[in-house]
Write a protein that binds this ligand. Sequence first.
Ligand SMILES: C[S@@+](CC[C@H](N)C(=O)[O-])C[C@H]1O[C@@H](n2cnc3c(N)ncnc32)[C@H](O)[C@@H]1O
Length: 554
Amino acid sequence: MSTEGKCAVCLVEAAQQCAGCKAVFYCGREHQKQHWGRHRFECRPIKVAEDPVQGRYLVATKNISQGDLIFTDSPLLIGPKMVSSPICLGCHQPASVDCPCPGCGWPLCGPECANAPQHQAECKLMKDKGFRADIKDGSKPLSEYACIVPLRYSLLPEEKIKKVKSLQSHLETRRVTPLYTVLRNNVVGFLAMRLQVEVTEDDILGVCGVMDTNAYEIRRNGGVKLRGLYPLASLMNHDCVPNTRHVFDRDDKMLVFATVDISKGSPVTSTYTHALWSTHQRRAHLRATKCFECRCVRCSDPAELGTYLGAILCSKCAGKGKVLSTAPLDDAAPWQCNNCQAQMTAKQIVWGNQALQKELEQVDKNGPQQLEAFLERYKAILHPTNGHALQAKLALTQIYGNVPGFLLKDLNDDQVERKLSLTHDLLDAVSVLEPGSSRTRAQLQLELQAAMVLQAKLDMESERITRERAEEILGDAVELLKEASEVLKTEPDMEGKLQEKLMILMQQLELDETANERNADSAVDEELALEDMIENLQTEPLIVKPRKPMRRNM
Ligand SMILES: C[S@@+](CC[C@H](N)C(=O)[O-])C[C@H]1O[C@@H](n2cnc3c(N)ncnc32)[C@H](O)[C@@H]1O
């Protein structure tokens, strides 16, 4: 972060910074005092700090409470992923190859997007150079899109180019990889030779490196995935137990919220990897994609904070012990049973993990059968909270109650019980690994409340529980729904539906109570009120689509 700028009041060169956010400069105390009336509303509770190993990172300048909006950030650069299905360069919605831009030939969503402001400069440049994209097959992802973000970078004003260049790229490490050889041949060749853009090879590979190191994936309705570069959010370092979550609004502005209380002086972190991957998988992924060795508290602990996410059951002592790494930060260290001390080599573990991950990726996730078979097949090997088992369980919680043939109304007693136990297993681990108001936890709470309500309904119908007990369970379900709504209400795809549902439920709960007080004999009214609540708690279209919790893309 720069140590000099212009005074926010009189615009002369100034070196005195706001101590709170370090983002605003003053020529002296007088102007700082004068500006505070306005600045206090925008002064962020974070500043940029620096560490010899981790580089720059964001740190809290005051205590931040769970749920607080920490900062918002607008994209410096945004565009399609390197390999993308046809996407409209005007509005970033899905595009059709049958609707090429009249100027440059790239697919649009409709003719009006040919004039979209975002597309003007790039379209004119390609047209002026006589280039016309010729995309005929939109049925599969296209690598042609890899040139769009570097092209947009080359068209940025100087001040923004400087900002992009100030971000980390790991270019020297990336330069020798096969991907960057392809980029050198294709993207550099296209921009420098074909479009004659005045940028060097290092500029182009540099921006690719900056995107690969810092860009966030933005998922839009309709399956579109974009990459966005956010200058402040880029400075959030990684932790395998992050303390923030983020959402994007409809204008692609990023909003970063605290998922737990963050005390003054603590780093403000996000995750660049998958919470349900074990330490070896996460560290290998971070090394390959982000060029660093993670040494966070979770990675350093063989038991992964008591979740045993990497644990396998010992075959030498009939599953009595858990086999764990003897030194998780050393990939070559042996693994050892915590009961009989039998050892396995790191190679055996890595090979097993890779085979299991591959198998899990190939399992059909449209129904529960293959996932259940996977869990059954490996139940003597995988600890119940092993990451592979949890990934299969997560997929199952999304299937039971949500997919045709397994909608809530179709589930039998055993399937409801299964959904409940799977969700509890997941919530136990996720509450440690993505604690507080994380999106994954809120999604699981939503699944849990649906299963609780359904079970209460089935139990009441078959007289296994009393009405009073059913009411208690519904009350607990409403609490879960309230907690999940607080988190998910900020998700653009929820469009306030959860809040609406919650309001109706709260009204019903109150009505139900008043009805009880008014006329304890009126069993029919009471029955109806309870039925209505069950109905409302079970509305299916509210279910949030599962999102792969990958923070940054490649
Ligand atoms: C998005 S940038 C974060 C800002 C970066 N530290 C900087 O100075 O620009 C990601 C890079 O920061 C570094 N980094 C992030 N989290 C780290 C961590 N937990 N340990 C070590 N390095 C980390 C790595 O070099 C990584 O590729």
